[in-house]
Design a binder for this molecule. Structure first.
Ligand code: UDX
Ligand code: UDX
Length: 460
């Protein structure tokens, strides 16, 4: 099959490369000429495990191409739209201008029998509007418009694409369904469930699924608040809940609030759609509000760990991206955290294994460092649970810092090991006695001299 992907961002590039890997001939089209030039040189503009090799192999085997022009689209059997749908300034509605712009641009170029498929996350009814535009621009064509939402987690997107929990195909048209079945054939043969529904249903499934994930995370974050007051470890509570098959263990990790390119904007857009139609989604409204409060509460943990004012103190933040294995900074909880720390008068040193460059426009006042971010710090905050941060050499870390204080917003250490290593350790969702491995404010050490720092940084 010949497939065109409009938009070579996170979703378009991963989906395009995976379709090519299935054996289809794929052209990824993107307006960003710099991005296309880089892709043609084999440079991948985003951090996604496995993507460099997947793209290189498929370019080499002649199945994957990149273009700024949609002119070659006339041969395509299936045209996917994967441009971004950010939150519209002011009202939070999904901004559909890129979608409709792309549709108007491709309309005159499409083969009369092409199937146009929306992969971007779009509010219910967007497919109807795309169909209206295509009928207006191309009265001669029999183009069918399908909704086929993506369910890819950044950092695990290739795995998710090739091992989907389900594939949702939103169309009542038999020919369109047959084309999509052919596009996804390798997965279909592996018995991945394909759910055929109508277009509006597919559009709603995507938002409802993301809103539910956001709800699940927010639920455990509130249970976490309770655990901090009444004693249990939230991780034990989550485990006890998660063994119940009706609940499931995933998305029950308490943390600094959900972020990323999807959950925040999709919950907001779903609420806007509901308001526009006079429906009430009170649970989702509460989820969005609680998550905002949650993100704002995180700097208070740092203040508490340093017992009072943090003015003039240095805080090292490990992990800037919204979750591990991605360089995506969109709506990362590290942004409100660091902004508040700056407002409170702290100096912030930051390190991320992949997102340093992406972080700079969002957080220009951070001092960007390597592993030596902890050098001279009064506190280290673990904001993202990258594997690299799970086995820090605590003795060396303590020597680099001027105060042995760690605020772990992802609960990746055990309180007893931190206690043994003489750290004051504050986490989320654990009882106060454990959160404070030491009750007194740890004494400030002298800043280590340059020679010690260099030796320790190297050893780390
Ligand atoms: C996607 C979806 O489209 C979005 O709706 C969903 O909620 C999350 O996933 P994403 O792939 O993350 O968005 O966006 P991004 O990485 O910003 O990529 C979008 C690409 O489309 C960019 O490379 C951009 O240059 C390109 N684009 C945008 C076009 O080619 N044409 C346009 O008109 C607009
Ligand atoms: C999400 C959905 O998971 C995916 O199905 C959809 O298609 C796109 O949106 P993504 O945004 O890549 O994927 O990240 P996800 O893994 O869902 O994490 C979102 C946010 O929630 C992150 O900030 C993460 O740290 C947080 N999270 C996730 C928690 O705090 N606890 C959890 O248990 C899970």
């Amino acid at each position: 099959m010949r497939v065109t992907m409009i938009g070579a961002g996170y979703v378009g590039l991963v989906s395009g490369a995976c379709f090519a890997d299935f054996g289809h001939h794929v052209t990824c089209v993107d307006k960003d000429a710099g991005r296309i030039a880089a892709l043609r040189r084999g440079e991948i503009p985003i951090f996604e495990p496995g993507l460099v090799d997947l793209v290189a192999t498929n370019i080499q085997q002649g199945r994957l191409e990149f273009s700024v022009e949609a002119s070659g689209i006339g041969d395509a059997d299936a045209v996917f739209i994967a441009v971004d749908t950010p939150s519209r300034r002011g009202d939070g509605h999904a901004d559909l201008s890129y979608i409709y712009g792309a549709v108007r641009e491709i309309a005159p170029l499409l083969s009369p029998t092409a199937i146009v498929i929306t992969k971007s996350t779009v509010p219910v009814g967007t497919g109807d509007e795309i169909e209206r535009i295509l009928r207006e621009e191309r009265p001669d064509a029999e183009t069918q418009v399908v909704s086929n939402p993506e369910f890819l987690r950044e950092g695990a997107a290739i795995y998710d694409f090739k091992h989907p929990d389900r594939i949702v195909i939103g169309s009542d048209d038999e020919r369109a369904r047959a084309v999509l079945a052919e596009v996804y054939r390798p997965l279909y043969l592996n018995a991945a469930p394909i759910l055929y529904v109508n277009r509006r249903t597919a559009e709603v499934i995507k938002y409802a699924a993301n809103a539910f994930l956001a709800t699940k995370i927010t639920f455990i974050n509130e249970i976490d608040d309770l655990c901090e007051c009444v004693g249990p470890d939230v991780q034990d509570v989550a485990r006890g809940m998660g063994f119940d098959n009706c609940i499931g263990a995933k998305f029950l990790h308490a943390g600094p609030g959900f972020g990323g390119s999807c959950l925040p904007k999709d919950t907001t857009a779903l609420l806007k759609t509901a308001h526009d139609h006079g429906a009430q989604l009170r649970i989702v409204e509460t989820v969005a509000a609680v998550n905002e409060q949650r993100k704002r509460a995180m700097p208070r943990k740092v203040v508490a760990a340093l017992v009072g004012s943090i003015r003039g103190k240095t805080v090292a933040v490990l992990g800037l991206s919204f979750k591990p294995n991605t360089d995506d900074m969109r709506d990362s909880p590290s942004i409100p955290l660091i902004t508040a720390l700056h407002d409170l008068g702290a100096t912030v040193r930051g390190y991320d294994p992949a997102a340093m460059e992406q972080a700079k426009p969002y957080l220009p006042d951070v001092i960007y460092c390597g592993y030596e971010a902890a050098e001279g710090a009064d506190a280290v905050v673990i904001a993202t649970e990258w594997e690299q941060f799970r086995a820090l050499d605590l003795d060396r870390l303590r020597c680099l810092m001027v105060r042995p204080v760690i605020v772990d917003l992802r609960n990746i250490y055990r309180a007893d090991e931190m206690k043994r290593a003489n750290f004051r350790y504050l986490t989320v969702g654990r009882p106060a006695a454990e959160r404070y491995a030491e009750t007194a404010m740890p004494r400030r050490r002298k800043t280590p001299n340059a020679k010690t720092i260099a030796a320790l940084a190297e050893a780390l």
